[in-house]
Ligand binder design. Sequence first.
Ligand code: NDP
Ligand code: MG
Ligand code: MG
Length: 332
Amino acid sequence: AAELFYDNDADLSIIQGRKVAVLGYGSQGHAHALSLRDSGVDVRVGLHEGSKSKQKAEEQGLRVVTPAEAAAEADVIMILVPDPIQAKVYEESVKDYLKDGDALFFGHGFNIRFGFIKPPAGVDVCMVAPKGPGHLVRRQYEEGRGVPCIAAVEQDASGNAFALALSYAKAIGGTRAGVIKTTFTEETETDLFGEQAVLCGGASALVKAGFETLVEAGYQPEIAYFECLHELKLIVDLMYEGGLEKMRWSVSETAEWGDYVTGPRIVNEGTKAEMKKVLGEIQDGTFANNWMKEYQAGLPKYNEYKKADEDHLLETTGKKLRKLMSWVDDKE
Ligand code: NDP
Ligand code: MG
Ligand code: MG
């Protein structure tokens, strides 16, 4: 069974006794830095020259220095810059300032799991990863709640690395909701698999294929949009509240029957065999190496895929329809 930790299991004074550097001030960085500060932790933010988020961090009362200065001052360094550039930031601004007894923290295990960052033996290597977007992490903290986190230790040089990770998680509200112990390997592989096979990749491909099937058969794109994309949220909300059971309780018996007989024809043994292949390519590093190569080449394919979907009839139809639905909050 999973090991769970709550406020009473974590000692806030451990992280309050350290000097923390948060590198990056994006989705996660801003949430960690502000909540650490509000928990009485000595925190500085490390940002590169010309950073777009620098002004915001300063307006919010944080001290901003360069990543190298932050790493030099601190003894706990949390790396929250985008995953594909973490190794470069580590090489240029962190590595030379690591002393025995310091701790290197991550919000995702990608660079450690695939060996792009190789920390020296004398430092603790920990992960505290909130299971939610940064803006929710911060809002929940301010409201006295928290977003569940997972925590892991890759290297326990001090002998107290997990207690330090739990203390950090407490400072950002994680132990209010619960912290689950994992490993860098489990977090990285399940995170990549989940987003590729189910959450982002699987869901968007399913929606697109369903939409295209209806439109190619001559149905109106607007109707196809509602059936295949818009209503998905209502179904997912029910699953989130009460699992498949609550969703099936809420839909009609006809829909439930169709779920049983048709679902397995759409996501079938072949799909699952492909999922196993995808997982294999995550585990053996193929996905990570290809992604780093694509990133270093300046994202040629990434931009091509992005453009192709922007022009897809599903997206242009959705844009028009969402404008007419005042209750749908589209931040653009
Ligand atoms: P963002 O893209 O939102 O933010 C990146 C931040 O890093 C920005 O402030 C950016 O500055 C800054 N930055 C870019 N280059 C440098 C550099 N060379 N030196 C210093 N700072 C730099 O990242 P996320 O918050 O999404 O991701 C951070 C980490 O958190 C990743 O490991 C990710 O996997 C993990 N994570 C993210 C989650 C999420 O909700 N997004 C959820 C759980 C984990 P600028 O504003 O100038 O671009
Ligand atoms: Mg992910
Ligand atoms: Mg229906």
